[in-house]
Write a protein that binds this ligand. Structure first.
Ligand code: HGA
Length: 598
């Protein structure tokens, strides 16, 4: 997704913006650009490609100036090329802006503006905003009024950073359904799509809400409502994440670093919620109609929660892609419904839309989110934070296992309220961080195993019950970063079709911990072996070892909690296969970390 960074102060804007752009790279992008006030008007440099290459070629960081805006673009309207890269300007070149989001009515606006004589350079929806402000400026008293009037005409999602040649002491920032946060420094101020972009300079932040804009100068900031221009009082929050936490800390990739951070992240997820989870459990226990909405990896965490809620609590839970729920749930959601929204970033466009629908229908919304202060948390009645810390690798790892952890914690807290004895599970959950530590010791063996599998064309992942989501997540990880086709499925489903694809040597990863369905898994494994499939089995029993080609020994723990620990070797397998195949696991092609557009 696009990443925005803006700066005003005494520092060298070019250098600060380029550093910020680099820290935003993890969001996924195809082009980048900067607009800097050089004292001789606004200079724009932009192009398709990576930030480092563009900086080298175009000299972003060498531009003199104390205020500027910059963006990494992930195209939605108009192909990724130099012209469509942001910033975009009006006809005069005095207004430049960068944008994250989609302007839904841009075609209509563009036609009107062209009739009034505006000439467009790009195919983007974004450029329309610059011309619209230019047009409004003709009949407004000042730039701010023109901006507000233009914003009122926009439909869609837009986080914007805007620089105007006519006002040299300020920048404008706007937030509506796309993320933007202010960084408050000493004699300098920042704005960005995400905190790590300016964390090197300040950890004091102001989160903008939808429908708000801000005016920032080197020594001031003001937040106002788009609707009426009224001032909004905002608290400064201090972020405890250090920059170090957001950097690789010696690992070759963020993804590997984040895989290794899981013991700590899971501990934080448990202890960071221990005190408050009972209260949340009480607030939602009465609900019998429960939807879990999420996308991608978060969806798999939702599926795990469904198995747990059904097994431990006898609650019926429906899990849906938020992108489907938002267009299909209108008639089934009411004030007796609980909607649990799971989103790492708290900014996933489809999940936010699902939350908004749920709220409009009077449902209670509980969000499970990693990013503090993100939009989902502000729209919801209740929030559980996963406390995973910043995740830079596009493929979710620690944010997944912490999602599983908090969902287990929640189900257990509800069970406890009902007087169910969960002491064994509770004790086991506290052991999980240590068990993950143990499993990480398989890293070397998994890397070796990957060497023999790197030419595979297809992979299958099978599991049952709590580990159907584990199978789905294992397959998703592999697809995302190694680009090998993979399918995750319930083991029982094999015979209903996918078994036809098993032939000699096709890798089948079987997630088979001891438990109620272990024997059933062994039967499924034998069905695969009979077709000469190559069985990689994860489990804790001798019997499993005998029926597998490769056995990954896992620690014993109650089957309800196995998904948290069993996810880890699957992440390592995907990681090593990606690296062996020459891919960058941190930046998979075509994908973005937080999907802030529909
Ligand atoms: N619509 C704009 C911005 C795209 C975006 O926000 N992507 O995440 C464009 O296509 O340039």
């Amino acid at each position: 997704m696009c990443g925005i960074i803006a700066y005003i102060g005494d520092g060298e804007a070019g250098k600060i913006l380029v550093d910020g752009l680099k820290r935003l790279e993890y969001r996924g992008y195809d082009s980048a650009g900067v607009a800097i006030d050089t004292g001789e008007g606004i200079t724009i440099k932009k192009g398709a490609g990576r930030v480092d290459e563009l900086n080298e070629m175009l000299g972003f960081s060498k531009l003199p100036g104390k205020r500027g805006i910059a963006q990494t673009r992930w195209a939605t309207h108009g192909e990724p090329n130099d012209v469509n890269a942001h910033p975009h300007t009006d006809c005069s070149g005095r207004i430049a802006l960068v944008h994250n989001g989609i302007i839904e009515n841009y075609l209509e606006l563009k036609e009107g503006l062209m009739e009034r004589g505006h000439t467009f350079k790009s195919e983007t929806d974004t450029e329309v905003i610059a011309h619209l402000i230019e047009e409004e400026l003709k009949s407004s008293e000042n730039f701010e009024e023109a901006l507000r009037r233009a914003l009122l005409k926009l439909k869609g999602s837009f986080a914007l950073a805007i620089i105007y040649a006519g006002e040299r002491d300020r920048l404008y920032l706007v937030r509506n359904e796309s993320p933007l946060v202010l960084g408050i420094g000493e004699g300098e101020n920042f704005a960005a799509s995400d905190v790590p972009a300016f964390l090197e300079y300040t950890n004091r932040v102001v989160f903008l809400d939808d429908g708000e804009y801000a005016v920032i100068g080197k020594d001031f900031y003001e937040v106002k409502r788009i609707e009426d221009g009224e001032r909004v009082e905002k608290e400064i929050q201090e972020i405890s994440w250090t920059l170090d936490m957001a950097e690789k800390a010696g690992y070759p990739h963020f993804m590997l670093k984040e895989i290794y951070e899981q013991p700590q992240a899971i501990k934080d997820a448990i202890y960071g919620n221990m005190e408050t989870i009972g209260e949340i459990a009480r607030a939602i226990d009465e609900y019998e109609k429960i939807f879990i909405v999420a996308m991608g990896t978060s969806y798999h965490a939702g599926l795990y929660a469904k198995y747990l809620f059904q097994h431990l609590l006898g609650k019926v839970v429906l899990v849906e892609d938020a992108s489907e729920f938002r267009y299909s749930a209108e008639k089934v959601v009411d004030e007796n419904t609980l909607v649990i929204a799971i989103t790492q970033s708290g900014e996933t466009a489809d999940t936010l839309a699902a939350i908004k629908l749920a709220k409009a229908k009077g449902a209670k919304v509980l969000s499970v989110v990693n990013v503090v202060g993100s939009m989902a948390t502000r729209l919801s009645d209740l929030v559980i934070y996963t406390h995973a810390g910043p995740e830079i690798g596009v493929a979710a790892t620690k944010t997944y296992t912490t999602q599983l952890t908090v969902m287990a914690l929640l189900a257990m807290a509800i069970a406890e309220l009902r007087g169910v004895n969960i002491s064994t599970l509770k004790e086991a959950l506290l052991r999980v961080p240590g068990l993950v530590e143990e499993v990480l010791k398989h890293d070397g063996a998994i890397r070796e195993l990957s060497k023999s599998l790197k030419e595979a064309r297809d992979f299958f992942y099978i599991g049952r019950s709590f580990n159907v989501p584990t199978a789905l997540e294992g397959a998703l990880k592999l697809k995302e970063i190694s680009y090998i086709h993979a399918e995750g499925l319930s083991a029982g489903e094999l015979k209903h079709g996918p078994l036809a694809l098993i032939e000699e040597g096709v890798p089948v990863v079987a997630i088979a911990p001891s438990g109620r369905l272990f024997e059933k898994m062994v039967s499924n494994i034998k069905e695969v072996s009979a077709r000469k499939g190559f069985i990689i089995a994860l489990g804790d029993s001798e019997e499993l070892k005998k029926v597998s080609d490769v056995f990954v020994e896992m620690p014993s723990l109650p089957e309800e909690l196995t998904p948290i620990v069993y996810a880890v070797p699957l992440q390592l397998l995907a990681y090593h296969l990606a690296v062996l195949r020459g891919n960058d696991p941190d930046k998979p092609r075509n994908l973005a970390k937080s999907v802030t557009v529909e």
